[in-house]
Design a binder for this molecule. Structure first.
Ligand code: NAP
Length: 283
């Protein structure tokens, strides 16, 4: 599909994309750019790309496709660095978990001769770094694209994701940010917060929490092992949508708290039955 594909940020997602592009033969050359020289050395050692450098502009030079895989708070600075090196007709895309902020950051620096197609694969793991990547990470998972309009560039990016096994959905960026605030961002906030609450218990209680963690704690808090910088950036860059969802969630939680305090079993059961049925039917 491409003569040269450049991936900037070789963590879990970037290194998975490099592996997938190679396995499916989608690029003649795969170049990598990462601020960390250790990460560059590691991806060369893993043999998942043809070149790797901490000079991001150099990595992006002459690429037909550039995929930004850095934390969402770093996208604007990365774009500013690589913009002068982008060749005419280059397509830039990204994998950031927030879309409206990323679009604003990229468009500020995007040269008129390049096209940007915002994207977000709904696939991942709580592990980070280049060794955590897998070529089949996106297989049978959604990839949401949020271009302002469908263009040849957005069709090319959609074809790339389909070629590595993903199902592509086109969505409005604001809608993406609200949907992801409830399906992904709120659950991660809850996971981090429960572990933090448990960590403040007295030592003997805390030990018992860890010992008997199979009882819900382990499954609900799995994602608290995720990368803190990535998640810090997601909450800072999807502030409005997350605050709106948190407001609603807080109200619903308060209603449950009141039902427990009042011994209102009927109210509790009503919510639990409704939630169980939705969970069983849809997930
Ligand atoms: P990750 O494993 O932590 O990798 C991020 C990589 O980017 C690291 O190698 C990091 O280097 C590098 N980096 C950080 N700042 C940079 C900069 N300014 N310039 C160049 N490289 C930089 O993170 P990830 O999980 O792959 O996430 C990457 C992106 O994918 C994020 O935008 C995230 O929102 C999105 N995403 C993640 C998931 C998921 O489940 N993890 C799912 C979908 C989308 P250092 O290690 O040296 O900081």
């Amino acid at each position: 599909m491409f003569t040269k594909t450049t991936i900037i940020g070789l963590g879990l997602i970037g290194s998975s994309l490099a592996r997938a592009a190679r396995v499916h033969g989608l690029a003649h050359t795969i170049a990598c750019g990462d601020v960390s020289t250790e990460v560059c050395a590691k991806v060369l050692e893993l043999g998942i790309c043809d070149s790797a450098t901490h000079d991001l502009a150099d990595a992006a030079r002459d690429a037909d496709l550039v995929i930004l895989c850095v934390p969402v708070g770093a996208i604007g600075a990365v774009m500013e660095t690589i913009a002068p090196a982008l060749k005419p007709g280059c397509i830039v895309t990204d994998v950031g978990s927030v879309k409206q902020s990323v679009i604003a950051q990229v468009e500020k620096h995007l040269p008129a001769h390049a096209a940007f197609v915002p994207g977000h694969p709904i696939a991942g793991a709580e592990h980070s770094g280049p060794e955590a990547g897998r070529a089949d990470l996106f297989n049978d998972h959604w990839c949401i694209l949020t271009p302002a309009q469908q263009t040849p560039a957005s069709e090319t990016v959609a074809a790339f994701w389909r070629a590595i096994g993903a199902n592509v959905e086109i969505m409005d960026a604001a809608r993406h940010d609200l949907v992801l605030a409830i399906t992904s961002h709120l659950p991660h906030l809850i996971a981090y917060s429960i572990v933090d609450t448990a960590s403040t218990l007295e030592a003997h209680t805390r030990e018992d929490v860890m010992k008997y963690s199979a009882g819900g704690f382990r499954s609900v808090t799995r994602t608290a092992a995720s990368d803190p910088v990535m998640w810090r950036d997601i909450f800072l860059h999807n502030r409005e949508a997350v605050l709106e969802i948190l407001q609603r969630f807080g109200e619903d939680l308060t209603a449950l708290q009141r039902a427990i305090r009042n011994g209102d079993g009927a109210a509790l059961e009503e919510v639990f039955v409704r939630s169980r049925d939705i969970r069983r039917k849809n997930l």
